[in-house]
Design a protein around this ligand. Structure first.
Ligand SMILES: [Fe+2]
Ligand SMILES: [Fe+2]
Length: 231
């Protein structure tokens, strides 16, 4: 614990917890480039040190939001604009950040252990396909769907969400394949560090992607169901 921080209970909380429970905190954390998604289990103290941010400035910004006691910024209680911000910052960015590394790691593991009975043969191709499909899908959401949803409050919305839902189904199918190839992310005894890192990272990707799809399918999209163009 950094003793220069005067609010220990804040600095000892994880950034993921702060992001989820202190309304407005995600915008502040983003501004300070603190990752509250993939590294949400770091304490604020550790995350701030990692990013080299000015602790006084960060504390001021978070204090200005209030204590957050008893309040919640859970995705289910966010309005659509807040939820879109959350999805883009937590999931779209995380997928873009983690997939290239996972593809590189899987290529390495497949190349180094080709004779191992548990080698995840084909994982790098599956991850590559996921990256390609996700990139197109997310670009569509960012360029067309989300802007339309933001404007919907003004009475403008005419986007076929069903196409996006179908793409989510395809992503789910690819996820099942990845789970199968990795034996549900269970590394064999004696697996090298790259192999372990690959499965830890891929398991996190799977968890993130499932949550991402859940937020869109079950929380965001239904808010537009009345005007949704089904094809
Ligand atoms: Fe998305
Ligand atoms: Fe999506």
């Amino acid at each position: 614990m950094n003793t220069q921080f005067p609010i220990p209970e804040l600095w000892e909380r994880t950034v993921g917890d702060i992001a989820a429970t202190l309304p407005g905190a995600t915008a502040v954390l983003r501004r300070f480039k603190i990752d509250f998604c993939c590294n949400g289990d770091l304490t604020l103290d550790a995350a701030a040190h990692r990013r080299g941010v000015d602790p006084d400035e960060l504390e001021h910004a978070l204090e200005a939001l209030g204590t957050g006691a008893g309040e919640t910024a859970a995705p289910a209680s966010m309005d659509s604009n807040e939820l879109i911000d959350h999805i883009e910052a937590c999931y779209h960015e995380a997928h873009r950040r983690t997939l290239p590394e996972l593809i590189a790691l899987s290529r390495k593991v497949e190349a180094v252990h080709p004779e191992h009975p548990k080698v995840p043969a084909g994982l790098s191709d599956a991850l590559q396909q996921m990256q390609s499909e996700l990139e197109q899908h997310m670009a569509k959401e960012e360029a067309i769907l989300f802007p339309a949803m933001r404007q919907w409050a003004n009475g403008k919305f005419d986007i076929p969400i069903s196409e996006l839902r179908h793409e989510h189904d395809d992503q789910g199918t690819l996820l099942r394949l990845i789970e199968s190839l990795t034996d549900d992310f269970a590394t064999p005894d004696g697996a090298c560090r790259s192999w372990q890192a690959l499965y830890v990272g891929t398991a996190q990707l799977a968890e993130d992607l499932m949550e991402h799809i859940h937020l869109e399918n079950n929380i965001l999209f239904p808010q537009f169901a009345a005007t949704e163009s089904r094809t």
